[in-house]
Design a protein around this ligand. Structure first.
Ligand code: 5GP
Length: 193
């Protein structure tokens, strides 16, 4: 997605350890117009899939997922990373090792929001080693819901996430694909959606 690639070139910052900082438009301050364009692009790609729910994980997946859900005219559900006192009902849960925070946390969704009638589009801001997306897939599987695809805003193609998800038989659609973050430079791969 050209608009996103341009924005990463202009405002993305490479941190050590293969991390891209995009806090001025995705992960902290959020650009609503760009998020809308991203969400609508996902909706376009998955328009024929019969999606009934868009599922993401708090916090940075919420903005693009919400716009995708709006365009697909379905609800958006975000998995919570901390259990809320108000979540008293039965939960779907899985553990996710966080690439950036380097801790394992439990993620959860109330069972009442996902069922075997659902066809799910999973959306997240980054794909690194695929643990967040895999955790979301597991929540859907526990509910008996079908995962139709995974929409990623920024894929770091030099990590193993895509391979892991594709080996699980899942379709991965990324709007920007990064080949390398070496020497402080962002190099892109062709073949983004
Ligand atoms: P994975 O679970 O695929 O290893 O990592 C994906 C999660 O880690 C995303 O939800 C995102 O929050 C975070 N993440 C992974 N790589 C990066 C990165 O380079 N920059 C930022 N800002 N977040 C990242």
């Amino acid at each position: 997605m050209e608009e996103l690639v341009q924005r990463i070139k202009e405002d993305g910052r490479v941190l050590g350890e293969g991390v891209l900082k995009v806090d001025s438009f995705v992960t902290h301050q959020v650009d609503p117009d760009l998020m809308e364009a991203i969400g609508y692009r996902f909706a376009e790609v998955f328009a024929q899939a019969g999606i009934t729910k868009v599922v993401t994980i708090e916090a940075s997946g919420i903005a693009p997922a919400l716009f995708a859900a709006k365009k697909l005219a379905v609800p958006m559900i975000f998995a919570r990373k901390a259990k809320s006192l108000t979540m008293d009902e039965e939960l779907l849960t899985s553990s996710v090792y966080s690439f950036t925070k380097q801790v394992t946390s439990q993620i959860s969704i109330s069972r009442k929001f996902l069922s075997s009638d659902d066809k799910v589009l999973i959306i997240d801001d980054f794909l690194a080693n695929g643990q967040a997306a895999k955790g979301l897939v597991e929540l859907c599987q526990q509910a008996g819901a079908e995962v139709d695809g995974i929409g990623i805003v920024i894929e770091k193609s030099f990590q193993d996430g895509r391979e892991l998800l594709e080996q699980m038989g899942l379709r991965v659609v990324s709007l920007a694909r990064i080949a390398s973050l070496k020497n402080g430079e962002v190099e892109f791969l062709e073949g983004d959606a």
